[in-house]
Design a binder for this molecule. Structure first.
Ligand code: FE
Ligand code: FE
Length: 278
């Protein structure tokens, strides 16, 4: 896995600590306690996520001609991602996915939301294709328009080549005011990739959760309302509802993957064919 993070969860953990319950505005804008590798991770992300890069990756992976895998098969494949985490205390990728899904299920949410919880991070298989961490995880943001000052480590955008393109440096950039996120290119990562792979099989609410679950600058900071249309605003209620399950379902008891597998294989079969294109 191409660094600098020791584990992909270091990014999740940093986001979780930023939005910890009870932290005030000033505290979650204070990134001075971020581990140096997290800081370096954002520097790389903000430097290299250009509009051209995001569009090229979307075209490349959007062809979905890398492989054919079923949902559980993709979970097991993602689980082969080895990092330096401690197997005794840290959760495997499958366990994080199951924890998110189980927390959603325990609260009585619909089956489409449970399957969304289960699969929402499967796009991280991008790491196994050799993509660097900064092109897989990280808070996502629109490209082709000005970066909101509310994006974490905003100062690192200084080195991004798009900062030299005046057309991209206005609030709306290349987009129409309130023209809808459907027409907006996002920085590339596991959200967009999984959206492309699964959109034909899931209700629209699920597609929004998958596609925008790392879009903290909007679902937490409301920094891009000027690009959104009415439908986006309605659908983002679900993205917001989902976020606590992603961030805070960690730390509960380790789920028993073998015991839960039959339930989730049935659930997956309700929405997906035996194999889908990746
Ligand atoms: Fe994620
Ligand atoms: Fe997640």
């Amino acid at each position: 896995m191409q660094g600098p993070l020791e584990t992909l969860e270091q990014w999740d953990d940093f986001v979780g600590s930023r939005y910890q319950e009870g932290r005030d505005e000033a505290q979650f804008r204070d990134y001075s306690t971020a581990p140096p590798v997290v800081r370096e991770f954002y520097r790389l992300n903000h430097t290299h996520q250009t509009r051209e890069f995001a569009r090229a990756k979307k075209a490349e992976y959007g062809a979905l001609n890398r492989s054919r895998m079923g949902i559980w098969e993709a979970m097991e494949y993602l689980n082969t991602l080895v990092d330096d985490s401690d197997p005794d205390t840290d959760l495997s990728q499958i366990e994080h996915n199951l924890q998110t899904a189980e927390a959603i299920r325990a609260d009585g949410h619909p089956r489409w939301m449970q399957i969304t919880g289960l699969i929402h991070d499967l796009g991280k298989v991008l790491c196994l294709y050799g993509e660097p961490q900064w092109a897989v995880v990280g808070d996502t943001f629109p490209v082709g328009c000005a970066w909101s000052g509310k994006i974490v480590f905003h100062e690192f955008f200084r080195e991004n080549p798009d900062s030299e393109v005046p057309e991209y440096q206005t609030p709306h950039g290349v987009y129409e005011p309130n023209g809808g996120l459907e027409n907006v290119d996002m920085s590339w990562g596991h959200d967009e990739y999984l959206y492309l792979a699964t959109r034909d099989y899931l209700p629209e609410e699920a597609q929004y959760i998958i596609r925008y679950h790392s879009f903290y600058p909007q679902h937490r900071e409301e920094a891009y309302g000027h690009l959104m249309n009415q439908k986006d605003r309605e659908m983002f209620q679900w993205v917001k509802k989902f976020n606590p399950y992603d961030l805070y379902s960690k730390g509960h008891a380790k789920p028993d993957a073998a015991a839960l597998r039959p339930y989730y294989e049935d659930l997956a079969a309700e929405f997906f064919p035996e194999k889908i294109r990746w």
